[in-house]
Ligand binder design. Sequence first.
Ligand SMILES: [Cu+2]
Length: 460
Amino acid sequence: MTQRRSFIRAAGAAFLGAAAVSRTGAASLPESASESSAATLPPPLPPNGRPFQPLVTLNGWSLPWRMKNGVKEFHLVAEPVLREIAPGMTARLWGYNGSSPGPTIEAVEGDRIRIFVTNRLPEPTTVHWHGVLLPSGMDGVAGLTQPPIEVGKTYMYEFVLQRPGTHMYHPHADEMVQMAMGMMGLFIIHPRDVRQHRVDRDFGFLLNAYDIEPGSATPRVSTMLDFNLWTWNSRAFPGIDPLVARTGDRVRIRVGNLTMTNHPIHMHGPHFEVTGTDGGWVPRSARWPEVTTDIAVGQMRALEFNAIAGDWALHCHKSHHTMNAMGHGLPNMMGVDTQGVAEKISQLIPGYMAMGDKGMHDMAQMAMPLPENTLPMMTGEGPFGPVGMGGMFSVVKVRDNQKSGDYRDPGPYQHPAGTLANEYTAELPEPARQNPPAPAASGAAQVRKPGEGASHGHHH
Ligand SMILES: [Cu+2]
């Protein structure tokens, strides 16, 4: 993966000349880096300031800064952006510096940071630094702690980072609209002592959701629960990159939830522990092993595990959240003879497709007529055929020979001999069944005692 950052110096300078910048740095704002690619761009090691191990923002990037008299200066630009949700669909969102979510802000415990926020949206905004300990007046709540940042204006936030942790930023002005439009980003405070909370790979993403009518590109912002695109960092599977690690690596995944509902995040393979929240690090003695952790609205969780070789699914366990737009509102046609019916309806309604009479698996590979700019409900392709999922789904890919710092997709896992499920073609034993179909003549309940009646099945 290559770093591809376009600096919009000329346009930025012209615009900012007219902007109101209060005090320090009025002469020259830090340039506002911009990135519109949805590729995962692992950031370089910090060029200056205190050292830290950078976060890998899934399908995202980290905001560059400049040092000015010992202060780390960042420049966020709130603006409309185009975001590819997955190949075949691009949404008109609002974000920061060319992308939604905005770039990850990374700094170090003890740093004094100054963040300039320029508003290029069509309405006022603010930025709230979720979970960060700071003076009340830097908290970014419109009306409560500051006036809204008017269109075209720049505000300056400045505070000292008191504690390492996992945080995010988002507007606290017209929240319902601005967050439904994609305005959010990760804010990671690394520990001053690089040996603290040390891991080999550190990933992060935000859970978000959009309601974009098939065939359109702009989210409906008044939707409360019935979203149709369930995304990580404004990407839906198969648009979400894999999380790549080497066998034995200590891996951290930081997840924040800015949707309108909770998401039980489930990982196959290695067990994990929740080691941090947006309130801080969990003491070792208070951690317990998990394979699923529920992330409520407005919460963040840091998960950690020791990587085991394989291709391990990582997904939200609400099954509708691993479906894209076309998966919702379908009638259940299981067991119904639909022969000819779908054909007749599709003559009346072009593009109509009913759920199959044998479930929906077939729809994963069906070339279904779709409106423009619309994702099929499940589209991923794995080494053994279509993956029947979309939305909040990705794969933790762990390989023995993945080099340190290499996040490129290593391709499908090569399963060692004898470790892969395969078709069985020899004679099958009778499967055991509870509630045999012929009831006892007496009508009395038949109780099977241990040791008897085990003649069905269990022939190993
Ligand atoms: Cu979910």
